[in-house]
Design a protein around this ligand. Structure first.
Ligand code: IMP
Ligand code: MG
Length: 185
């Protein structure tokens, strides 16, 4: 009998992520203004958002920074994008007139970022800067170029550091690629 399972392979270790985040904070810093609103997309961006705002706070940075999250519908368990992204829970902080740093874990087809960035602009955000830990440019279905990207990767499924497969593995400190396999005992 064949059993479908998967193995995880190390893609970017914790130390590499930390170094890259420090670089990203330095790159982003000159663009950020006082009163910045950081908006992370729940849940995938929780670890990245937490570490990036800490990296930013180590630099002489904007004052009066606020942090909020919003929730969008996810892929479900299959890992296949329907292209239909739904806003399940908006951020509570008013965005009108604000500079917003929008953070997500990964940009794949681009539907999520495209929808959320448009939504924030529709709500009157003065500027939306988009920041992603990972970018899979080969998979793009919507033309969308993020402002800042941690790592550009090929078409791999990634877990760890906030990213999940079937709601699992978000807690891992490293980024791992997931490979399906069949085991015949
Ligand atoms: P997009 O709308 O296709 O750009 O997908 C973005 C969302 O899909 C991300 O916020 C992730 O939640 C999820 N996603 C895309 N690729 C991966 C992956 O490799 N691992 C885990 N989640 C992913
Ligand atoms: Mg997500």
């Amino acid at each position: 009998m064949k059993t479908a399972t998967y193995r995880l392979e190390l893609l970017f270790p914790e130390a590499t992520i930390r170094r890259r985040l420090a670089e990203m904070a330095t790159e982003l810093r000159p663009r950020l203004r006082d009163g910045l609103l950081v908006v992370g997309i729940f849940k995938g961006a929780i670890l990245f958002t937490a570490d990036l705002i800490r990296a930013l706070s180590r630099l002489p940075g904007p004052k009066g920074v606020e942090v909020d999250f919003l929730v969008v519908s996810s892929y479900g368990q299959g890992g296949v994008s329907s292209g239909q992204v739904e806003l399940l829970c908006d951020c509570r902080t008013p965005v009108a007139g604000r500079q917003v740093l929008l953070i997500d874990d990964i940009i794949d087809t681009g539907h999520t970022l495209d929808m959320v960035a448009k939504h924030l602009r529709d709500q009157g955000a003065a500027e939306v800067i988009t920041c992603l830990l990972l970018d899979k440019p080969e998979r793009r279905q919507v033309s969308f170029t993020p402002d800042a990207v941690g790592f550009r990767i090929p078409d791999l499924f990634v877990v760890g550091y906030g990213l999940d497969f079937a709601s699992r593995h978000r807690e891992l400190p490293d980024l791992m690629s997931l490979h399906h396999e069949e085991i015949t005992p």
